[in-house]
Write a protein that binds this ligand. Structure first.
Ligand code: FAD
Ligand code: NAD
Length: 466
């Protein structure tokens, strides 16, 4: 039996960052990962392949959809989907290899196989060749991530009815792709295939897209994606699906009930959320009971069982790679006896559509529900010189600040490079900055970041450029 200070089960952003930090702190650490490659959902079938396709499809659309011609660049592109997929797979392979390198550099043992708790302090690993080994550790971190939530009546067949993994590797451009769920995955992958030429219909149970996103930002996003040709069927539920070799026939009905209709698609993407993954983990051997949603409860990353910790998608909070990463590092610091905290109030979220959406902190709806008096400073990208030059004027920056103290409470950006821009406001939130602080800081011209400053200036009605 091999003995470690810490054994981490799962090699995604939560698990691999935890393992690396443990290695840096001089702990004897093993990371058990069952997949053939490290990096978890994020690197293998999530963040990274989706961003590779979003980037490639954005350029394809710019070349074929009129933007290049507008800039005076005459081209007649043809789509080589196989090459687009190949470059995505190559980037993913390079990234997963990168984690192997970081493990070697930080003296992390990658134990290849599926881990199962066998009572406190023990993890039994089943290897691909059928052999087993047992690891012993004072502390065990569960970082097993999540999997797509299934939709009853619309079974994933991995041929015509797909989850996000299938939609990242389609062999052809669908004529009509139906996406079930207008959340982050649905809108990002719906955008990819729309840009590559598919008709895309997004069916959403609620009467809005992206629940939880600031309302005004969500409405602007839906309108913009609508202009790009995505069709939305809101307040609608899918009550059945019949797949054939050629396509899928879906039965839809209003969410509140009523007459049904059918919708034909050649592919369907089910993207109605993800659920914690704990299959075969042996939780019963240590007495951990998941909650109704399958989530493992935690108090500062500790489960109720001493020596067993939990981080990332398998526990509460947003299912985001950087949240898993933060928790992984904080959890190891705590195991090492150091002080560490994750500030859940300052975890940004980004939707990588075009334009991008990026948010941090509270939404207007949350502030209203809390009864907190706030001021709004908005600035449109139509008034930002760099955005204008680049023909990227859709969207705005919205800063919400406390009406009495001026402290920044939330920021919502829809616009070009929003995912990069939000970093400034993450810093602002962490440092407890006021809108005036940002308004007084010199920003480079001509950049989109000037819109961040102008929005902060507008909390006090002082924007000079709109
Ligand atoms: P995971 O990344 O799911 O890793 C868990 C790992 O544990 C897996 O590799 C699994 O094989 C392994 N495992 C599970 N059980 C065992 C076991 N018993 N033994 C051994 N190994 C085990 N987030 C963002 O922040 N930005 C994005 O742009 C983004 N895009 C996404 C796009 C898509 C299509 C999807 C599906 C997700 C996306 N996410 C994004 C979410 C992000 O991928 C997750 O939040 C993140 O991967 C969670 O990290 P984790 O370490 O908790 O779990
Ligand atoms: P999501 O929670 O973002 O969206 C799911 C959508 O499906 C919601 O709008 C919900 O109302 C809808 N829905 C639920 N049940 C439905 C039903 N029966 N019929 C129709 N619609 C239904 O989930 P997702 O898009 O599957 O993404 C899963 C997770 O992955 C998210 O938590 C997200 O944070 C993460 N993710 C993040 C990124 C990013 O950060 N850019 C990208 C992709 C995924």
């Amino acid at each position: 039996m091999s003995s470690y200070d810490v054994v981490i089960i799962g090699g995604g952003p939560g698990g691999y960052n935890a393992a690396i930090r443990a290695g840096q702190l001089g702990m004897r650490v093993a990371c058990v990962e069952g997949r053939a490659t490290l990096g978890g959902t994020c690197l293998n079938v999530g963040c990274m392949p989706s961003k590779a396709l979003l980037h490639a499809s954005e350029l394809y659309l710019a070349a074929s959809g009129g933007e290049f011609a507008r800039l005076g660049i005459e081209v007649a592109p043809t789509l080589n989907l196989a090459q687009m997929m190949k470059q995505k797979d190559e980037s993913v392979a390079a990234l997963t290899k990168g984690i192997e390198f970081l493990f070697r550099k930080n003296k992390v043992d990658w134990i290849q196989g599926w881990g199962r708790l066998e009572g406190p302090g023990k993890v039994r690993v089943e290897h691909a060749d059928g052999s087993h080994s047992t690891l012993q550790a004072k502390d065990i971190v569960i970082a097993t991530g999540s999997e797509p939530t299934p939709l009853p009546g619309v079974a994933i067949d991995h041929k015509r009815i797909l989850d996000s993994t299938g939609a990242l590797s389609l062999p052809e451009v669908p004529k009509h792709l139906v996406v079930i769920g207008a959340g982050v995955i649905g809108l990002e992958l719906g955008s990819v295939w729309r840009r590559l030429g598919s008709e895309v219909t997004v069916v959403e149970y609620l009467d809005r897209v992206c629940p939880g996103l600031d309302d005004e930002t969500a409405r602007t996003l839906q309108r913009t994606l609508g202009k790009q040709g995505l069709r939305f069927k809101l307040a609608t539920k899918v009550s059945g699906a019949t797949a054939t070799a050629e396509g899928v026939s879906l039965t839809l009905e209003p969410a509140v009930g009523g007459a049904t209709e059918t919708l034909q698609a050649d592919y369907v993407l089910v993207a109605i959320g993800r659920r914690p993954y704990t299959q075969g983990l042996g939780l019963e051997t240590v007495g951990i009971v998941p909650d109704k949603r399958g989530m493992l409860d935690n108090q500062q990353h500790r489960t109720a069982v001493p020596g067993i910790w939990v981080i990332g998608d398998v526990t509460s909070g947003p299912m985001l790679a950087h949240k898993a990463e933060d928790e992984g590092m904080a959890c190891i610091e705590r195991i090492a006896g150091h002080a560490a905290e994750v500030n859940y109030g300052a975890i940004p979220g980004v939707i990588y559509t075009q334009p991008e959406v990026a948010t941090v902190g509270k939404t207007e709806e949350q502030l209203k529900a809390e009864g907190r008096a706030y001021k709004v400073g908005k600035f449109p990208f139509t008034a930002n010189s760099r955005a204008k030059i680049n023909h990227e004027t859709e969207g705005f920056v919205k800063v919400l600040a406390d009406a009495q103290t001026d402290r920044i409470l939330g920021v919502h950006i829809i616009g070009p490079s929003a995912g990069e821009l939000i970093g400034e406001y993450c810093v602002a939130l962490e440092f407890g900055a006021s809108a005036e602080d940002i308004a007084l800081i010199c920003h480079p011209h001509p950049t989109r970041s000037e819109a961040l400053r102008q929005a902060a200036m507008n909390v006090h009605g002082r924007a000079t450029q709109a």
